[in-house]
Design a protein around this ligand. Sequence first.
Ligand SMILES: C[S@@+](CC[C@H](N)C(=O)[O-])C[C@H]1O[C@@H](n2cnc3c(N)ncnc32)[C@H](O)[C@@H]1O
Length: 318
Amino acid sequence: MNIRAALKEGLARLREAHTPSFTLAAELLLLHVIGRDRAWLYAHPEDELFPEDAARYRQLLARRAAGEPTQHLTGKQEFWGLEFEVTPDVLIPRPETEHLIEIALDRLAVRELRAGRQQKTQGEGLRIADVGTGSGCIAIALAHELPAATIFATDTSPAALAVARRNAQHHNVSDRIHFIECNLLDALPVGARHAVPRTAVGAVPLQPSGASHESPLLDLIVSNPPYIGQREAASLPREVRDHEPASALFGGEEGYELCAALVTEAAARLAPGGLLVLELGHDSLPAVRPLFDTPAWTSVAVTNDLAGIPRVIAAEHQ
Ligand SMILES: C[S@@+](CC[C@H](N)C(=O)[O-])C[C@H]1O[C@@H](n2cnc3c(N)ncnc32)[C@H](O)[C@@H]1O
């Protein structure tokens, strides 16, 4: 079987199975099997596949047709222009989450301007936390953009943290991200006057040497928390419901419960002027927006994604 015939067979197989984005999925699986890029694929339609590659391609097509996400079959997903290892232990990074990175960087840039600094910040002295890091995609993207920042990345899942650590190593940012197994922000210090911060699992340095801040408080907290309601489980696509970790999906019966706890915890851990930037579920805004109606928060802004859905809420701690 040659490349053209393999692709044609793959498209037909996945179309018949009503696989979402079946053209892309058939291509990605074929590229994965032959270890080539898309340009090569379309330049060599007559090349013959090795019989073992053809057999492997058919196996992967069958698994994709049965609902396994393409990214679980290829083991990778691109996010913020970087390639991330993904396994069934982590949420597959979504393109919408890139808005969260954009907003976080924009709001930090505004802070710099307000402080009279014109240059693009490298993150000198900044202490950032990514809550529910999963694959580590947010923490690692921020580490790339802010090479001088110190980042804490928390998750309750040791299996997810193992994937995140490998991704950080792959992108050469391990030395700047402290991965912590804990609930939300539990392991990070509360309030400037806390003399004895609770230590993290794994004895993470809460005040890394070199950080310019005297306060152990945070300058930025970002999170794409689990925000789907348990009651919505039955309506999720099978790729999501049956293959992505429930702990990464469900934020409570309604969905926003974990987010509510996080907003409270964030207020206790941000320095004055510190920023909280959260990803929202497609219908979370009415429940989440009122959480910021307290004197703890100012400059609350909501940003829509490309589909017009309110996707990111950002606020400043005062
Ligand atoms: C929606 S996923 C986000 C993963 C990644 N940040 C991303 O954007 O692709 C949520 C993550 O939060 C973690 N998580 C769930 N409950 C948590 C909690 N109480 N504290 C910390 N992390 C939690 C899950 O294990 C999962 O990795």
